[in-house]
Design a protein around this ligand. Structure first.
Ligand SMILES: Cc1cc2nc3c(=O)[nH]c(=O)nc-3n(C[C@H](O)[C@H](O)[C@H](O)COP(=O)(O)OP(=O)(O)OC[C@H]3O[C@@H](n4cnc5c(N)ncnc54)[C@H](O)[C@@H]3O)c2cc1C
Length: 474
């Protein structure tokens, strides 16, 4: 007899485990299936362990710059092994936390590889294989939350020795001396920042005309200047033609904007050119589930084109972020509870315009909503404000006076269309603007808001004031 549930969640990343908890809170009988570690990429190989590594790099940076604060540290040094060990322990702690949450919320955990074997109006079937054991499960609804994996270069597969994906870069067999980072999205820039601060010579290569291409152009420009000042080499409009592991490192052939191919040697390379959704071998083809460039197509509630099958998180497409996955998980769980007769839940469809994006490099980058260029492209007349951290007392006191806040308003209505920040602590500050966007805040409310002094967040106030010619400290 198959175990029967109201809901089975396939994959236990921040999409899957959050959906499972929310469904359980709503009284559903829930199971979750995981082939690796509870918590998915985010807790085990993504968001959290990278932040632990970056924290070590930040502390090391302060140690090597202690004199700026009137302090002295004799011969700062580090053990890469211990830095990595700390990061793995942090990941382990969170993995154990998710195990505890599953227990607390009475979510049945099935370890193994899950495949959907059928779906009709009455529900779905799923088999879980672990070793030579197969468990058959049935449920009224199934959520696919299988996430994504690193994209390999077509001509050079990551080998874990010299050519790394993010997984290898997180548990490096050796400290790179000369590192090539291929791709300048958040993951590439975070690893570039980590290894640069730990003493490696870092080159970033980016095919497009600027690094961090999804960010506002002024943020990209500022980051290029800062990272170059910190010692990195940045090559934009440059395509990687070839990458070969050699006995002592890697050899890269890169075609620059002038069409010339340059060959250079590095000790290691990190490939950070995007992700591939995990949609193979989970039974999607047989069910006729529609995909778009590999990602499962869903409506704003996570419904696929097949009754009873839902999908959330990285497997459904951009932005590939943990908080987007979790939010989709909550919406799908509530929509499923509603479909099962719960009249007290009223889920709202996902609004992708209000999802913040953060990069935890040094300096940090954070943004939400329209860039200036995208707002103009969308037909808005804009009012733009910008406030540099050099005008902010707290930033100066912290020794972090390099950065800025840029805000984009609709000139007609005053609506806050987007906010873009670079500098210390901005990944914590962005939430202020996310709430503002969620509440459809205009310039008037932002100007009326009292910001605590001294905080770097006062720059958020000043940026709004600057858009209307009213900034005080500049
Ligand atoms: C280096 C790195 C840093 C990142 N940093 C951030 C960050 O700072 N902030 C942020 O928001 N996002 C970050 N991300 C992205 C974030 O990790 C993902 O967006 C998030 O994990 C997606 O969650 P998910 O639930 O969709 O899938 P995942 O976390 O990928 O989880 C999917 C789970 O499904 C399991 N699975 C897949 N197929 C099967 C199967 N057939 N049977 C059983 N189990 C299966 C997998 O083992 C996995 O555990 C980072 C990613 C990386 C790689």
């Amino acid at each position: 007899m198959a175990d029967t549930y109201d809901l089975i969640v396939l994959g236990s990343g921040p999409g899957g485990y959050v959906a499972a908890i929310r469904a359980s809170q709503l009284g559903l009988k829930v199971a979750i299936v995981e082939r690796e570690r509870l918590g998915g990429i985010c807790l085990n190989w993504g968001c959290i362990p990278t932040k632990a590594l970056l924290r070590s790099a930040e502390v090391y940076h302060y140690m090597t710059h202690a004199a700026q604060y009137g302090l002295s540290v004799e011969k700062p040094s580090f053990s890469l092994e211990k830095v990595v060990d700390r990061s793995r322990k942090v990941a382990g702690q969170l993995n154990a936390g998710v195990k505890g949450l599953m227990k607390k919320n009475k979510v049945a955990v099935h370890e193994g590889v899950g495949t959907i074997t059928g779906a009709d109006k009455n529900g779905g079937k799923l088999s879980v294989v672990q070793g030579d054991k197969t468990t058959e499960l049935t449920a009224k609804h199934i959520i696919v939350a299988t996430g994504a994996r690193a994209r390999d270069l077509p001509f050079a597969k990551a080998d874990g020795e010299r050519i790394w994906t993010y997984r290898h870069a997180m548990v490096p067999p050796a400290m790179p001396t000369k590192l090539l980072v291929i791709g300048s999205g958040a993951i590439g820039v975070e690893f570039a920042s980590f290894y640069n601060d730990m003493g490696a010579e870092v080159t970033i290569v980016e095919m497009l005309d600027r690094i961090m291409p999804v960010e506002d152009a002024e943020v990209s420009e500022f980051m290029t200047k800062q990272l170059t000042k910190f010692g990195m080499t940045i090559k934009t409009k440059t395509g990687l033609e070839k990458l070969e592991a050699t006995a002592s490192g890697v050899k890269a052939a890169m075609k620059g904007p002038d069409g010339k191919v340059e060959t250079a040697e590095f000790s290691h390379a990190i490939v950070a050119i995007g992700i591939v959704p995990n949609t193979e071998n989970i039974g999607l083809d047989k069910l006729g589930i529609e995909t778009d460039r590999g990602h499962i197509k869903t409506d704003g509630y996570g419904r696929t084109n097949v009754d009873g099958i839902w999908a959330i998180g990285d497997v459904t497409g951009a932005p590939w972020l943990a908080h987007k996955a979790s939010h989709e998980g909550v919406i799908a769980a509530e929509a499923i509870a509603q479909a099962l007769g719960n009249k007290d839940v009223h889920p709202h469809a996902m609004d992708k315009g209000n999802i913040p994006g953060c990069t935890y490099s040094r300096p940090q980058v954070a943004s939400v909503g329209f860039t200036e260029a995208k707002a103009k492209e969308a037909g808005y007349q804009v009012k733009v404000g910008k406030f540099p951290f050099i005008g902010n007392g707290k930033a100066i006191a912290l020794g972090e006076a390099e950065g800025f806040v840029k805000t984009v308003f609709d000139a007609k209505t005053g609506e806050l269309l987007g906010a873009h920040m670079v500098g210390a602590e901005v990944t914590e500050m962005i939430q202020g603007y996310v709430v503002a966007r969620q509440l459809e805040t205009t310039e008037a409310e932002l100007m009326e808001t009292v910001f605590a002094h001294p905080t770097i967040s006062e720059s958020m106030h000043e940026s709004g004031l600057a858009a209307y010619g009213r900034a005080i400290h500049i």
